[in-house]
Design a protein around this ligand. Structure first.
Ligand SMILES: Nc1nc2c(c(=O)[nH]1)N[C@H]1C(S)=C(S)[C@@H](COP(=O)(O)O)O[C@H]1N2
Ligand SMILES: [Mo]
Length: 255
C-alpha cells in the first residue's frame, strides 16, 4: 500500500477498493467492488481495463490525488462551474428503474424533517420557495460511466439546516425518497456552499424525471449520492447507508 500519510481516510477507502477490484477476476472487475475504480476512471478521464497493473492504477491514483481530489474532499473548495452554452441537452435521466416507471410525487406534498433538529415541522414547496434561491451549473458524474452538465436552482442546504436547527455536530444527514430510494451524506458535505436543495432544473420547476418535488444536488459527490424525490430529511449520528451504498458502492461517494 502507498505511504499512509499521503492519503486522507476517504482516499484510503478508495485505494482499498481499487486494490480489491484488481484482485477480482476480469468478469467481476466492473462489479460492485470496482465501482470506485470506475469513478476514478470517469473523474481522471483515464480509461482503465481489466489488464491494468497495480502500478498503472497507482499512477492514476496519484494523478487523482493531485487534481480532482482537491475539490472532492476539501469542504472549503468549490467544484467547477460551467456556462449556459455548456449545458448537456437533453440531460440524461437515471434511476434504479426506467423512465416509464416514474411514480410522480403528489402536488400536495410536504417535506418531513426528523432526528437531531430543533424544529420538526413539515415544509410545503411554497415555504421552501420563500427561502433565498440560488442556482448553479455543475457537472453530474454517474459511476455508470457518463457525466453531464446541468443547471439546478433552489435553497442552499446549509440555510435550510440552520433554519430547522439541525445539530451541525451530528455526523450524517439522511434522505428518504418517494420511490423508496434512500441515501445519506456526511455533515461537512451537507454544509458545503454548493450543496443545494434544488427545486428547479434549467430555471423550471423540477420535472418528474429529475426528482420533483426536490433533489439534493452536490457537485462534490457522485450521482447516486444526489437523492431525487426527497420526502424526508433526517439528522443522525448513525450512518443510514443508502440504496446503492448498501450494495457495495463507496459510502462517501466523493470518489
Ligand atoms: N430517488 C432517487 N434518487 C436518485 C436515483 C434513484 O434511483 N432514485 N438514482 C441516482 C443516480 S445513480 C443518478 S446518476 C442520479 C440521476 O439523476 P438524473 O435523472 O437527474 O440524471 O440520480 C440519483 N438519485
Ligand atoms: Mo448514477
Amino acid at each position: 500500500m502507498p505511504d499512509k500519510k499521503i492519503f486522507n481516510p476517504h482516499e484510503k477507502e478508495i485505494i482499498k477498493d481499487v486494490y480489491k477490484g484488481l484482485d477480482l477476476p476480469t468478469r467481476r472487475l466492473f462489479g460492485k467492488r470496482a465501482l470506485s475504480l470506475g469513478a476514478i476512471s470517469m473523474l481522471t478521464g483515464c480509461s482503465l481495463t481489466s489488464e491494468d497493473s497495480i502500478e498503472e492504477a497507482l499512477m492514476v491514483m496519484s494523478r487523482f490525488n493531485d487534481g480532482v481530489q482537491s475539490w472532492l474532499f476539501d469542504p472549503n473548495k468549490m467544484a467547477p462551474t460551467y456556462s449556459e452554452e455548456m449545458l448537456t441537452k437533453p440531460f440524461p435521466f437515471n434511476a434504479f428503474y426506467t423512465e416509464d416507471e416514474i411514480r410522480p410525487s403528489p402536488d400536495n406534498f410536504k417535506l418531513k424533517v426528523s432526528g437531531l433538529v430543533q424544529d420538526t415541522k413539515d415544509w410545503t414547496l411554497t415555504e421552501l420557495r420563500a427561502f433565498p434561491q440560488t442556482s448553479q451549473i455543475t457537472r453530474h458524474i454517474c459511476v455508470e460511466g457518463w457525466s453531464a452538465i446541468g443547471k439546478w436552482g433552489g435553497v442552499r442546504f446549509s440555510d435550510f439546516l440552520k433554519r430547522i436547527g439541525a445539530d451541525s455536530t451530528a455526523k450524517f444527514v439522511g434522505f428518504r425518497c418517494h420511490d423508496d430510494y434512500y441515501t445519506s451524506i456526511d455533515m461537512p458535505t451537507a454544509l458545503h456552499a454548493q450543496t443545494l436543495l434544488t427545486l428547479t432544473y434549467a430555471d423550471e420547476v423540477l420535472p418528474p424525471k429529475y426528482g420533483y418535488p426536490m433533489k439534493l444536488r452536490m457537485p462534490t459527490k457522485l450521482g447516486y449520492k444526489n437523492p431525487k424525490y426527497i420526502q424526508e430529511i433526517f439528522v443522525t449520528n448513525v450512518n443510514p447507508g443508502g440504496y446503492w451504498e448498501d450494495q457495495g458502492y463507496n459510502w462517501f461517494g466523493g470518489s
